[in-house]
Design a protein around this ligand. Structure first.
Ligand code: ADP
Length: 398
């Protein structure tokens, strides 16, 4: 029996999930928010109870110490060394990391060198890794990359139509994200439709605050909607998704901006559902406002559905067919309206939602009618269990 902990470190936050392996039983989970600020909030979930502490937590190392001490206090573990493995979620793995890896000095250095590709995330991920190595230096420590699953994309899908030397010299290409989630749900989907993974064509729609669509052929990602960074693709909570690059200098001039980073910041943080609706980045708020007659909120929803449909259409074309369409993540798992409207608008392809089966939240099930040519599936994602599995796999191979 082994206990493995999956870590997702952000610049001011740290999420954790503790598993008993190989049973894949989630024992405890939690989050520390506002690390480095006054009144950090540390919440732990264990045995159906929630424990919340508000106190100053100055850095990630102190945060991890607090997590481990809390696990002892709650009798989840009796000592630190009961934890045999840790897995860190890392956003950008570039072209180096095609799979999760055991962390050593070289890996850590590479993760930091990839910060250009994920300036908000990789430095924070590296901070989490360093802090854990200090406190538990001898346990199996792995990094799991959001981009790994997409390293199977063929050139025609990952290259932009810009001079080739920009790829060769600067690694300017599409990397995608949410890979662990797309992998998890596409594997589940193959089981649910009873086809060997190697023979499947699946389109996975990860619709959360961040959203991405992936075309999965024979268990491998062949294209995905996010790009060089997670800014590209469909409309998201606060991100614009795809736009014409020429709009940037035009808007900068109109807005009196001189720093391109300010423009990118608007596209990352003030656009998407939030920018269009003027209400919120949160789908629940936007749905509510639209139901109350807010026209811009309705337009935001219509654009969101439309962009997801366009990607599904594209991917049916490049896959040359599809067995199943999967909905996952916050919106995909919870908003039956989103699933229904997207699929109803594409019924020509032979996909049909069953309103009764679709009347559900966060439950793994087929939501299309029995006669639907293309199966539509709702599959709650679980990126943490994928990390825990990788810890076990790499621990044994070590
Ligand atoms: P992330 O992990 O990217 O932060 P999540 O996967 O948690 O995001 O998804 C968050 C999104 O899910 C929000 O837009 C939220 O409004 C939406 N969501 C959660 N529950 C519901 C619901 N019941 N109906 C509609 N949307 C929901």
């Amino acid at each position: 029996m082994a206990k493995s902990i999956a870590i997702n470190a952000g610049s001011s936050s740290l999420k954790f999930t503790l598993f008993e392996m190989p049973e894949e039983k989630e024992i405890a989970s939690g989050i520390i928010e506002r690390i480095g600020l006054k009144d950090s909030i540390f919440t732990t979930k264990f045995n159906g109870e929630k424990y919340k502490v508000v106190e100053d937590i100055d850095d990630h190392e102190i945060g991890i110490q607090k997590v481990l001490d809390k696990l002892i206090e709650l009798n989840v573990i009796s000592s630190y060394d009961e934890i045999t493995g840790v897995g860190h979620r890392v956003v950008a793995g570039g072209e180096y990391f095609k799979d999760s890896v055991l962390i050593d000095d070289d890996v850590l250095e590479k993760i930091e060198s990839l910060s250009e590709l994920a300036p908000l995330h990789n430095p924070a991920n590296a901070t989490g890794i360093r802090a854990f190595r200090k406190i538990l230096p001898d346990i199996t420590s792995i990094a799991s990359f959001d981009t790994s699953f997409h390293t199977t994309m063929p050139k025609e899908n990952y290259l932009y139509s810009i001079p080739m030397e920009y790829y060769e010299d600067f690694a300017a290409r599409k990397y995608g994200a949410h890979g662990t989630s797309h992998k998890y749900v596409s594997e589940k989907a193959a089981k649910m439709i009873g086809k060997p993974l190697s023979e499947t064509k699946i389109i996975t729609c990860h619709l959360g605050n961040g959203a991405s669509i992936t075309a999965v052929k024979g268990g491998e990602s062949i294209d995905t909607s996010m790009g060089f960074t997670p800014l590209a693709g469909v409309t998201m909570g606060t991100r614009s998704g795809d736009i014409d690059a020429s709009l940037l200098p035009y808007l900068m001039e109109k807005l009196g901006l001189t720093d391109i980073n300010d423009m990118i910041n608007i596209l990352n943080k003030k656009s998407g559902l939030l920018g269009l609706s003027g209400v919120s980045s949160d789908m629940r708020d936007v749905e509510e406002a639209a139901a109350e007659g807010n026209e811009n909120a309705q337009t935001a929803l219509d654009i969101f559905y439309n962009r997801v449909q366009k990607y599904i259409g594209q991917y049916i074309a490049i896959l040359n067919g599809v067995d199943a369409i999967v909905f996952t993540a916050g919106i995909g798992e919870n908003s039956k309206e989103t699933r229904e409207i997207i699929i109803d608008g594409m019924d020509w392809f032979g996909m049909k939602i069953d309103p009764e089966k679709n009347d559900v939240r966060g439950e793994e099930r087929v939501i299309s009618t029995d006669d639907s040519k293309i199966k539509v599936l709702l599959i709650p994602t679980d990126e943490e269990v994928m990390i825990a599995r990788d810890i076990e796999r790499l621990r044994k191979s070590n």
